[in-house]
Design a protein around this ligand. Structure first.
Ligand code: SAH
Length: 370
């Protein structure tokens, strides 16, 4: 029997994605390379091709004897994700991809280009088991966890298109990464942490991005939040709170029936204490549901004095939803009340709205067309 806290981690039985170089530790890569009859030092060269030069064509790698290249591609660098739809908006500065995985499952990623940086938003699971009623991904349930390689690949795909200059604004690189696509990253903890390791390890082992540029967003799986604090990876932790009181949060974020608001916040403060990192509180502003002035005051009281920042997200209504984004005046009042409590607050910009940019909506559309 799994421990009660583990039950939320159970995923439907599905075939596993093919193993990929990105899934392997540095030592495992060396072992594989020796199995291929190549000297172990070639492993670092292959890693550099993949993570530093961002070459996705093993057939062109002169580090590998010509007769072995096809096998290296097929067995060590199989295609994990295939673009089935690319949509751009915001004058080309937002690029959304729908990816088909090896088993036909669809997930999404979004690349957002700003004047001084680029942010990738990636999926950690196909679907999601958390069942939040305002979220498009939550409606379809969990299909499966993504492998480390499938997560890393979404970031590298964005990095490649930025490096090629394919994205409006010229050549660029991925500065920030947010786990705010499909899925609950803490419910796929091991693969997500491994992906973060691959992405933050310096060359030749990994992609070499800064952990400080990475945000892991969670509904509040307390045991995993506590575990993350001990990993020694200084990512930003974002908590999808959406309500300051258990009564409402039980309905908006159903896992709240297991991990209550105060328990989740205590785990967040623990994270801030251990890492020195400011925690983000995500709060989708839903008209007449969670945007009352008294809830702003209650939220302000809970957060005041902590190393925290509130990100208000105007609700992006899902198809058929009776809920909409808050009125501007209610949003202003909410912001003002949080500020009165001395709590730092910003309102998220709404990139990608017209391409179903947020929250699993596009993959749902593409899947239903397929
Ligand atoms: N499962 C994780 C990460 C994925 S969602 C989590 O819940 O944190 C990333 C953020 O988008 C979360 O804060 C989520 O609550 C929010 N979100 C989901 N659907 C939304 C919608 N329709 N409008 C606005 N925000 C939404």
């Amino acid at each position: 029997m799994p421990a009660p806290g583990e039950l939320i981690m159970i995923e439907p039985k599905r075939p596993k994605p093919p193993q990929h170089w990105s899934d392997l530790t540095v030592d495992d890569r060396k072992t594989k390379i020796v199995e291929f009859g190549l000297p172990a030092f070639r492993a670092d060269q292959l890693s550099r091709q993949w993570f530093s030069r961002l070459s996705d064509d093993p057939l062109s790698w002169t580090d590998v004897p010509a007769e072995l290249r096809q096998r290296v591609k097929d067995e060590l660098f199989p295609d994990l994700i295939t673009s089935v739809r690319e949509l751009t908006c915001d004058a080309g500065a937002t690029v959304k991809q729908v990816w088909k995985l090896f088993d036909g499952v669809m997930v999404e990623s979004v690349l957002m280009r700003y004047s001084d940086r680029s942010t990738m938003c990636v999926s950690s699971q196909a679907g999601c088991g958390m069942n939040c009623p305002f979220c498009a991904t939550g409606q379809a349930g969990l299909t499966r966890n993504l492998s480390t390689g499938e997560i890393v690949e979404q970031v590298l795909a964005g990095a490649r298109s930025l490096a090629r200059g394919d994205v409006e604004g010229g050549i660029g690189r991925v500065n920030n990464l947010v786990f705010m696509g499909m899925g609950e990253p803490m419910a796929n903890y091991k693969n997500v942490i491994e992906a973060i390791r691959r992405l933050t390890q310096p060359a030749p082992a990994g992609f070499g991005m800064s952990a400080r540029g990475i945000t892991l967003s969670t509904v509040g799986l307390v045991p995993r939040m506590l575990q993350l604090a001990e990993e020694g990876i200084p990512v930003t932790l974002a908590v999808s709170l959406h309500a300051p009181d258990d009564e409402l949060r039980d309905t908006l974020v159903p896992i709240n029936t297991r991990f209550k608001v105060q328990e989740v916040l205590d785990a967040a403060w623990n994270y801030a204490d251990v890492t020195g990192r400011r925690v983000s509180i995500e709060y989708a502003m839903i008209k007449d549901i969670n945007d009352q002035a008294w809830r702003a005051d209650l939220l302000g009281e809970l957060l005041a004095g902590h190393l925290v920042h509130v990100n208000l997200i105007p609700l992006n209504p899902t198809p058929g939803s009776k809920w909409t984004a808050s009125r501007p005046e209610d949003e202003r009042e909410f912001v003002a009340r949080l500020k009165d409590h001395g709590v730092a607050v910003t309102v998220r910009d709404t990139r990608g709205r017209e391409i179903d940019g947020a929250c699993g909506q596009l993959a749902a559309v593409v899947t239903s067309e397929a």
